[in-house]
Design a protein around this ligand. Structure first.
Ligand code: ADP
Ligand code: MG
Length: 263
């Protein structure tokens, strides 16, 4: 497919994908939206900011064989341009390794610790239209780094009641970051994931979202589908492994909805 190049004059839009609950489809969302933005002809960088390195793995890299990644960039041991990888999904990746687990503690004693990722990404921001950051399931200093460099935050939310706990806390953290670290940070919205339209419960959760948090709810919700579990094993996102699936279509539509606000 021919790729259109669309220049965004403001430089890269940096979107942090965050929710301190695990298993809500943060990583899946970063991979799928990244592929969708690349299909639009945009230059995309994905940042794996989770020591579990699931994004790195799901884009076809073995985290154990990655020489240097985001950890080395954050600690100043490597230049960002030396550790970026290109992937089969036509997006670039700043990979993670298990070493990142130690970064949280190492950063804690540093002055300006919330700004380390921002400085690290600065040299390459002009090379991309979109940067998506896959956050770890915590509200620790790495996630604060993501929220400090980001222009907006996207919150994937599984459509079941239990997963709601914590979103209020995340939005409180976002408010703190807006006040202290990054006044430009916006809440792009909640993205309902793993939505099963057949259950009344999931429909009720979805209907309740806009009032509950007072932030935008992105559409369409991402349907629950086994296709999502299959994609990481072959190192591609669902947009490549199940091109015509409803899940791929939903992520393309969400990417369109997000980028419509940019033109
Ligand atoms: P997180 O990064 O928030 O921990 P993941 O993206 O790793 O979440 O997703 C958790 C699990 O749910 C993975 O096994 C993934 O394949 C699966 N998954 C993600 N999105 C969907 C979906 N829409 N339908 C079904 N399974 C999904
Ligand atoms: Mg993840």
């Amino acid at each position: 497919m021919a790729r259109r190049r669309i220049k965004t004059p403001q430089g890269a839009r940096v979107i942090a994908v965050a929710n301190q609950k695990g298993g809500v489809a943060k990583t899946t969302t970063v991979a799928a939206l990244g592929a969708a933005f690349a299909e639009q002809g945009r230059r995309v960088l994905l940042v794996d900011l989770d020591a579990q390195a699931c994004l790195t793995f799901s884009l076809g890299l073995d985290p154990d064989e990655v020489d240097a990644g985001v950890h080395e960039v954050l600690t100043g041991a490597a230049e960002i341009t030396d550790v970026l990888h290109t992937t089969d999904d036509a997006v670039d990746l700043l990979p993670s390794t298990i070493e990142l687990a130690g970064a949280e503690a190492a950063l804690l004693s540093r002055p300006g610790r919330e700004f380390v990722l921002r400085s690290a990404l600065e040299p390459v921001l002009a090379d991309y239209d979109v940067v998506l950051i896959d956050c770890s399931p915590s509200l620790g200093v790495l996630t604060l780094n993501a929220l400090t460099v980001a222009g907006s935050v996207l919150v994937p939310l599984q459509c079941e009641m239990l997963s709601h706990r914590g979103v209020g806390q995340l939005l409180d953290t976002v408010a703190d970051v807006q006040r202290i670290l990054n006044p430009d940070l916006q809440v792009l919205g909640i993205l309902p994931t793993m939505f099963d339209a057949r259950t009344t419960h999931a429909r009720a959760v979805l209907a309740d979202l806009p009032d509950r948090y007072g932030v935008p709810v992105l559409e369409p919700p991402i349907p629950k589908s086994v296709r999502f579990a299959e994609a990481p094993a072959v190192g591609r996102s669902v947009l490549a492994t199940a091109r015509g699936s409803k899940g791929a279509a939903a992520y393309r539509a969400v990417a369109e909805a997000i980028s419509a606000g940019w033109r």
